[in-house]
Design a protein around this ligand. Structure first.
Ligand SMILES: [Zn+2]
Length: 228
């Protein structure tokens, strides 16, 4: 089977990925960086030629991206990039997060074990892995996934699967990170995650609530600029 390789940050470890995963990642990056504009049609044959692959992995990737809400499929029209969030949808999503995530952080702090703390620290560490500036697009889109993973880890520890699924279904991180491209977004978010982890380490459930509330409010303020 044909494989491509991907270099991970540390020590140049090489891990094989399938063609299909590689194609998915490339299209995902194009959508996140707005190289494919919101609402634009995505012709399968054109994309296959551009990526130098057959149409099958492109079709597979578009199906996966459709499940993540980044791509839409319409009868006779085919695939197109999902439209950008409206301001109202953006506000609604953040209000939803503010209802759910600070309280989940509090619960997670109460249920925390040394194993789950380690998992959380690893998830936070994943976001800081440096990549070369040439891959800015790729770094930003990976950051969106890593952030989603970090927040999901907290919901996992809080152990309410209904709440966790309700948030996962919104694919919040993919949609909000697609709004704009800003280094402040990543740097400040990392500092806020650190404060959150500090509260977890201290076993201070109220501090965890406040740190999460603060992180989400600030994230909203940073991204609000996309609508100005
Ligand atoms: Zn975050």
């Amino acid at each position: 089977m044909a494989i491509s390789v991907e270099r991970t940050g540390e020590g140049g470890i090489v891990r094989p990925t399938s063609i299909s995963d590689g194609v998915h990642q490339r299209i995902y990056e194009k959508l996140m960086s707005l190289e494919i504009s919101p609402g634009a049609r995505i012709p399968i044959d054109g994309l296959a030629r551009e990526l130098n692959v057959s149409q099958t992995p492109v079709r597979d990737a578009l199906n996966r991206l459709e499940q993540e809400g980044l791509v839409r499929k319409a009868h006779l029209v085919g695939y197109s990039a999902a439209p950008q969030l409206t301001h109202k949808e953006f506000e609604d999503l953040y209000n939803f997060r503010l209802m759910i995530e600070p309280e989940s952080a509090r619960q997670a702090c109460r249920k925390l074990t040394s194993e789950s703390l380690t998992r959380l620290e690893l998830a936070a560490g994943d976001m800081e892995k440096d990549e070369q500036p040439a891959y800015r697009n790729s770094r930003y889109s990976r950051f969106a996934r890593a952030d989603a993973h970090f927040h999901d880890e907290i919901l996992k520890i809080a152990a309410n699967e209904i709440v966790r699924q309700a948030l996962a279904d919104q694919h919040v991180h993919l949609h909000i990170f697609r709004l704009m491209f800003h280094s402040r977004v990543t740097r400040e978010a990392l500092e806020e995650h650190e404060r959150l982890i500090a509260a977890f380490r201290a076993g201070d459930a109220d501090a965890a609530y406040n740190a999460m509330h603060d992180h989400i409010s600030r994230s909203r303020d940073r991204l609000e600029a996309a609508f100005e």
